[in-house]
Design a protein around this ligand. Structure first.
Ligand code: SF4
Ligand code: SF4
Length: 222
């Protein structure tokens, strides 16, 4: 019987690994089993402090990007998602039909809609229904735009207005009156009868007839 072979001597476990101590590349094994190679030591003839301040010196000579807001208002991109707008038809009737599709599409549950019935004495929109109560809670809204995609009448769109900050939580729940587009020349404050046709088809399906009061939709903001 021969004596058992003693195990080979091991490296000391304190301090950095052999690869880092020697300044060579270190091979790491990621969780996916792929091997990443990272340099163990930066090679440069500059001393370390000069390398560190290199970024600072380079930035000193770049164009300053300081915004002078609010003295100089920020110009957003044309398709920026800002505050919502409830649009009107060219005669002033509301485009919203109270269908609640925007509320169902909202992932943040930020929209509350209650539909109401139009009557011949009190008509707010073409067709049967209108949005009697409409609220958007800007404490919840994440400005994703899914609600305006869901709206079948293009009633709901988004403006470029981003100045929505407030120190009152109640004030950030916008009501229908705050969200409605302003009345432009030629528009009349609802309720009033349909001016642009006999029924809602004339508003939502058929193109405006030449010579009629129906002009290209103005005041609608994307
Ligand atoms: S923009 Fe998005 S989060 Fe805001 S109300 Fe519309 S669907 Fe909801
Ligand atoms: S804004 Fe559009 S989707 Fe929302 S209730 Fe009105 S018509 Fe329907």
């Amino acid at each position: 019987m021969s004596e058992p072979t003693p195990p080979p001597p091991t490296e000391p476990t304190s301090g950095a690994s052999p690869a880092r101590r020697e300044g060579t590349a270190i091979a790491r094994q990621s969780s996916e089993g792929q091997s990443n190679t990272a340099p163990g030591k930066r090679s440069s003839w500059l001393p370390g402090p000069a390398q560190g301040f290199g970024v600072t010196f380079a930035t000193m000579f770049k164009k300053v990007t300081t915004e002078e807001y609010p003295e100089v208002p920020k110009q957003t991109k044309p398709r920026y998602h800002g505050r919502h707008v409830l649009n009107r038809h060219p005669d002033g009737l509301e485009k919203c039909v109270g269908c609640e599709l925007c509320a169902w599409a909202c992932p943040a549950d930020a929209i509350y809609v209650e539909g109401g019935d139009n009557t011949e004495d009190a008509r707010f929109s073409p067709g049967e229904r209108y949005g009697a109560v409409y609220q958007i809670n800007y404490l919840r809204c994440i400005f994703c735009g899914l609600c305006i995609e869901a709206c079948p009448t293009r009633s709901l769109t988004m403006s470029n207005d981003f100045e929505l900050a407030d120190d009152d939580r109640q004030a950030l729940i916008y009501t229908k009156e705050q969200l409605m587009a302003p009345l432009l020349p030629g528009m009349e404050q609802p309720p009033h009868p349909m001016r642009l046709g006999e029924n809602e088809q004339d508003y939502y399906v058929r193109a405006p007839q030449p010579g009629s009061d129906a002009e290209p939709v103005i005041g609608e903001r994307a």
